[in-house]
Design a protein around this ligand. Structure first.
Ligand SMILES: NC(=O)c1ccc[n+]([C@@H]2O[C@H](COP(=O)([O-])OP(=O)(O)OC[C@H]3O[C@@H](n4cnc5c(N)ncnc54)[C@H](O)[C@@H]3O)[C@@H](O)[C@H]2O)c1
Length: 423
């Protein structure tokens, strides 16, 4: 039986590890978070897309979790899915990637395939990762194969999962690409070979930058369309009827999650550090998308003002505080900067989100801590304004609109009535 070690058991690593176990690999999910490993071993999943019963099936079918990196010595394949956050100065923080590579380098034996999946700037696999993995005496492409393969998981997506999302692979040598391709082909329907690791790294950043820039485009347009009294949502629906050359993106309260707000910065930082000039599209998209929650705050202020209500003391109900619908992930959620701005104006904030029973965020000198209201529709009736941020599929949007005196719909999904305005 082939042995696989997946380092990092988060949103990316855990589903991948379980999928490989299903396909007959003996899989160890390695993570340096001991309490996470304990929970996984007890059959408790922390990922929306992995149910406890999926995990328990994995635990009896070849999957186990561990904090002990010595298991790498017996692995045929090691896949790295650790986080790639930003450092305090906004640049790439490759600390987790480097520490995973160190652990591999300490234990690796000949005849092992090592794949980095963490999103990062082009050149990382070759310049940062491989030198730490390759112990003296082990030759790249002969003893050890090293490749990059970007993770494309879309948490909460009911259609595309690990198996049916095509996987791009790019090795440091042609032999490395072939080894990585053959590995993924065992449990993924379509594997696409990139020219090399740099191209595979760039493909992922291109995908995320494309989304970032196009979301920024409509988030900028929505501002002047409101002032020009043009319904941008309707214009987007019309444009989307063109069967070629257009892809619809819609405005929203801002971008969140680990990918869109973070990954393009890896690329712009690399361009600046290596070439000395700016990747202007990314910088502009960042500026516009970061300002999106503050624009929502201004629209709340205006909507209340039109009703002769001051925002100071107004009851504002925020609905859906995750970064996207139907998941519990709150990383980089635009709800936080929005809530901070509203609190600084003296608004009384409450929220509803069945995925987030309690919500705490930094607000100036203090940490605000809130609990989700129990009854959404009662809370809608009690609020001066309701702001729909994430339309989780459990929400009855018509009822929400019916109960609300004022509702600001930041996603363009609530049926229009007198009391509903769109961003
Ligand atoms: N979440 C997504 O939707 C998504 C989608 C595509 C790509 N990615 C990328 O995949 C990578 C992983 O993201 P994620 O969302 O799964 O992160 P995550 O934070 O959910 O999980 C990462 C896990 O790695 C563990 N870890 C950190 N350093 C470690 C080390 N040195 N050794 C062992 N374990 C370690 C952490 O304890 C954590 O459990 C990132 O580069 C991210 O950008 C994420």
């Amino acid at each position: 039986m082939r042995r696989l070690v997946v380092i990092g058991q988060g949103y990316v690593g855990l589903p991948m590890a379980l999928r490989a176990a299903e396909k007959g690999f003996l899989v160890i999910g390695l993570d340096n978070n001991a309490s996470l490993v304990e929970a996984l071993t007890a059959g408790r999943s922390h990922i929306d897309d992995v149910s406890d019963s999926d995990l328990k099936a994995g635990l009896v079918g070849g999957y186990s979790a561990s904090t002990d990196a010595s298991c790498i010595a017996a692995a045929d394949v090691v896949v790295v899915c650790v986080p790639t956050p930003l450092s305090a100065d906004g640049g790439p923080d490759l600390g987790p990637v480097e520490s995973a590579a160190h652990a591999i380098g300490e234990h690796i034996q000949a005849d092992t395939l090592v794949i980095l999946e963490s999103t990062t700037y082009p050149g990382t696999t070759e310049e940062v990762f491989a030198p730490l993995v390759l112990r003296p005496g082990l030759e790249l492409g002969r003893d050890i194969n090293i490749a990059f393969s970007p993770e494309r998981v879309d948490p909460g997506n009911p259609t595309y999962g690990v198996q049916n999302t095509p996987k791009v692979v790019g090795g440091l040598t042609p032999a490395c690409t072939i080894a990585a391709r053959d590995f993924y082909a065992e449990f993924i329907d379509t594997v696409v070979e990139a020219k090399g690791a740099k191209e595979a790294e760039m493909a992922k950043l291109l995908e995320n930058t494309f989304r970032h820039v196009n979301i920024a485009l409509v988030n900028e347009m929505v501002r002047f369309c409101d002032e020009l009294d043009i319904d941008l949502w309707d214009a987007i629906d019309c444009a989307a009827t063109k069967p070629f050359g257009f892809m619809a993106f819609r405005p929203g309260p801002g971008v969140g999650g680990h990918c869109i707000p973070v990954d393009p910065s890896y690329l712009s930082h690399r361009v600046k550090a290596k070439l000395g000039y700016a990747f202007r599209m990314v910088e502009l998209a960042e500026e516009i998308n970061t300002a999106a929650p503050l624009y929502v705050a201004n629209r709340i202020w205006t909507a209340l003002n039109d009703q002769k209500i001051t925002v100071n003391g107004a009851k504002v109900l925020l609905v859906g505080v995750t970064y996207k619908p139907n998941i519990s992930d709150r990383r980089e959620s635009p709800a936080d900067p929005l809530a901070r701005r509203l609190l600084s104006w003296g608004a009384e904030i409450s929220y509803h989100d069945s995925y987030v029973p309690t919500w705490s965020f930094e607000a100036g000198e203090r940490t605000a801590a809130l609990s989700s209201v129990e009854d959404l529709y009662e809370a809608c009736a009690a609020a001066d304004i309701v702001v729909l941020l994430q339309p989780h599929s459990q929400y009855d949007l018509g009822r929400m609109a019916g109960e609300s005196r004022l509702l600001l719909d930041t996603r363009g999904v609530v049926p229009p009535t007198e009391s509903v305005s769109r961003l």
